[in-house]
Design a protein around this ligand. Structure first.
Ligand SMILES: [Cu+2]
Length: 182
């Protein structure tokens, strides 16, 4: 993953350098006067070509990159499934179940009993793994598969009042199925 991020970073730098040099080129040339009627046809032709390149490149980039999005993996990898109801309230999380076995495809049905909350799942290093809105009168489905056992934390991601910061619930992912999950 880091390699991808590194190459995206370098690619961004290269593209930014190209945009910057275009600006510098235009700024340096700005004092130079040219007959518009003579320049126009060439410029329009160049614009058409560039537009075509961007459209075709965009189609290929879309096809090439959407295939590696993780959404499909969430839904297909596991036989084991669980549905957990989550209700956010000032200032706690009500959970129908607070542990699952690893590699379970968990569907969190997230709602709120009062105001808007943000439902975020963090691992033990406090890395955000998945999140969705917890809204009154509406249920958001968040599908996540925990591939490592351990202690996770569910935290509120949207300021919801005085004790927003205390709106934390523990969530356990076990190596194998335990009694409380049956
Ligand atoms: Cu909150």
């Amino acid at each position: 993953m880091n390699e991808i991020q590194d190459s995206v970073f370098i690619l961004s730098l290269v593209l930014m350098a190209m945009v910057l040099s275009a600006f510098i080129f235009v700024a340096l040339k700005s004092a130079h006067k040219e007959d518009y009627a003579r320049v126009q046809p060439n410029a329009y032709r160049l614009r058409r070509i560039l537009f075509g390149v961007i459209v075709v490149g965009g189609i290929f980039a879309t096809i090439g990159t959407t295939r590696s999005l993780p959404y499909d993996v969430q839904h297909n990898r596991n036989a084991q499934q669980a549905a957990i109801n989550v209700e956010g309230k000032q200032w706690y999380w009500g959970l129908s179940q607070d542990s699952v076995a690893k590699d379970t495809e968990v569907t969190f049905n997230v709602s709120s009993g009062d105001v808007n909350h943000g439902f975020g799942i963090y691992d033990s290093d406090l890395r955000l793994l998945a999140q969705t809105q917890a809204m009154p009168g509406y249920t958001n489905k968040l599908v996540h598969t925990f591939d490592r056992p351990g202690n996770y934390q569910l935290m509120c991601l949207e300021y919801c009042g005085l004790v927003h910061h205390g709106m934390i619930a523990n969530f356990t992912v076990t190596e194998t199925v335990t009694h409380s999950e049956l």
